[in-house]
Ligand binder design. Sequence first.
Ligand code: FES
Length: 251
Amino acid sequence: MMKKETMRIKSTKRIALDTVEMVLENNYMSQTAVPGQFLHLLVSGHTLRRPISIADVNKTEHTITILFKMLGSGTHDLASYQVGMTIDALGPSGNGFQLHNDNQSTILLIGGGIGVPPLYYLGKTLAQLDMHIISVLGFQTSKSVFYEEKFRALGETYIVTDDGSYGDQGFVTDVLHSVESFDRYYSCGPVPMLQAVTASLKDKPGYISLEERMGCGVGACFACVIPTDDAGGYKKICKDGPVFDAQEVSL
Ligand code: FES
């Protein structure tokens, strides 16, 4: 159940170009969050909360790790927060990834840019359930790459960059053919990437997490609607998602 809680910053650091990793302490959030959910953070001086996906959880240390890119004034201001400061958070928000209980199955994680973080907590959780993890992660340049070693610790990992400055050059879809076989995929990233991924894997079962700018974050403002069919059906990313079955929504 989503609650309003105060979270204390345990650590904060830049881990890639304009990318901040922040570890937040809170007992309720850390004990209840599941992979794919997000926190809706109120940054001082801003009226709209910022939805930021959960990158990792440590239930023993009562912490949640978030990663965010400094793209606008809200995330720039959040990046200036120091260790020991507190943040007002709503969460854990949204519906997480369907995990399934088919241990020994092979799972393909496909992430692009700031869509990579939620796949880490997901991959870690699936690996603990004895699933085999293969990751394909796309970034803009070598300076944008993060969490490569963490994903390699889960399994085979391919890195691609738009400009070829690290890993293979191209897009995540360019290396999907290198993955021989898998049972299910999970993907998170920009909409054009998700369109390309769902088109090239249309015969495979999969889930996508949609990262859209949200307003209220609780289903009241319609700022985040996405069509589900040609007959005018829609879903709200903040409330019905952010995770959807890949066949369920029209991108
Ligand atoms: Fe308001 Fe989704 S953000 S309905």
